[in-house]
Design a protein around this ligand. Structure first.
Ligand SMILES: Cc1cc2nc3c(=O)[nH]c(=O)nc-3n(C[C@H](O)[C@H](O)[C@H](O)COP(=O)(O)O)c2cc1C
Ligand SMILES: Nc1ncnc2c1ncn2[C@@H]1O[C@H](COP(=O)(O)OP(=O)(O)O)[C@@H](O)[C@H]1O
Length: 213
């Protein structure tokens, strides 16, 4: 299905906070995808095994684009200096920074506590690439540009942005993903959404079994 014509909403999800089925919580170990995110699209996406969806009983979740917060295990998250990497528009980036004084990539205080990042996520078959497997891919919107395969990623998903579409060109896919990133940034700035960045689930790594590994 091609994307619909016309302007897209700037923010998604009710002001009063995530509405059911959100928040969804899932986790898994970062694995290799098809290697297209960074090289072809300029948008890296960290894949977790599809079995990560079954952790919270979310196997039947609709394919599409979602937003929320990601916690990454500390050992790998701190293995290189933090960068100011972001694909957010400058105004969205500065609003998110203001609403989170310690920045999206919050420093964990203790060993194993990890860091928390704003994220946008695609679940599905990537119709543009006609994948034969369903994938869960997460783009961390600020703070990281080095590789962190094998890290454990915890996700709190707060809203649904749009279904997956097929596109006439790579450029139009990239343009829509960049819009998703800004929609996610604006949506996460809101009080009832940013408070989830403090959830303990995002920073719990000790003893969590590696799903699908
Ligand atoms: C926010 C976001 C939205 C996406 N939306 C679509 C989409 O509508 N259609 C599609 O075919 N792929 C979509 N993708 C997936 C990209 O095509 C995918 O990230 C790319 O193929 C890289 O895959 P790889 O990481 O497995 O190499 C989206 C990815 C992200 C991060
Ligand atoms: N901001 C980021 N968001 C997601 N992944 C990132 C980011 N910065 C670096 N990475 C790294 O890049 C990898 C994804 O790159 P990508 O080219 O999409 O390859 P693949 O999908 O084959 O794993 C992630 O697994 C992670 O290790």
């Amino acid at each position: 299905m091609p994307p619909p014509d016309g302007p897209r909403p700037e923010v998604v999800g009710p002001e009063s906070g995530p509405a059911p089925p959100f928040p969804l919580r899932l986790n898994g170990k970062v694995i290799k995808g098809f290697g297209r995110g960074s090289s072809e699209l300029g948008i890296p996406t960290a894949n977790i095994p599809i079995s990560g969806l079954s952790v919270g009983g979310h196997e039947d979740v609709e394919s599409g684009v979602y937003y929320g917060w990601a916690g990454l295990s500390a050992s790998k998250a701190t293995s290189s200096p933090a960068s100011e990497y972001t694909l957010m528009s400058p105004d969205v980036f500065s609003s998110l920074q203001k609403s989170l004084p310690t920045s999206g990539g919050k420093e964990g205080g203790e060993e194993g506590e990890g860091k928390v990042y704003p994220m946008v996520m695609s679940i599905g078959w990537n119709p543009f690439y006609k994948n034969s497997v369903r994938s869960v891919e997460v783009h961390l919107m600020h703070g990281l540009s080095h590789q962190f395969y094998e890290s454990h990623m915890n996700l709190v998903v707060l809203g649904f942005i749009r279904p997956e579409y097929d596109y006439v060109s790579k450029e139009s896919l990239v343009e829509d993903i960049r819009t998703d990133i800004d929609v996610a940034g604006r949506s996460l700035c809101r009080e009832k959404y940013r408070e989830y960045a403090g959830e303990g689930y995002l920073r719990e790594f000790g003893g969590r079994s590696e799903v699908g590994s």
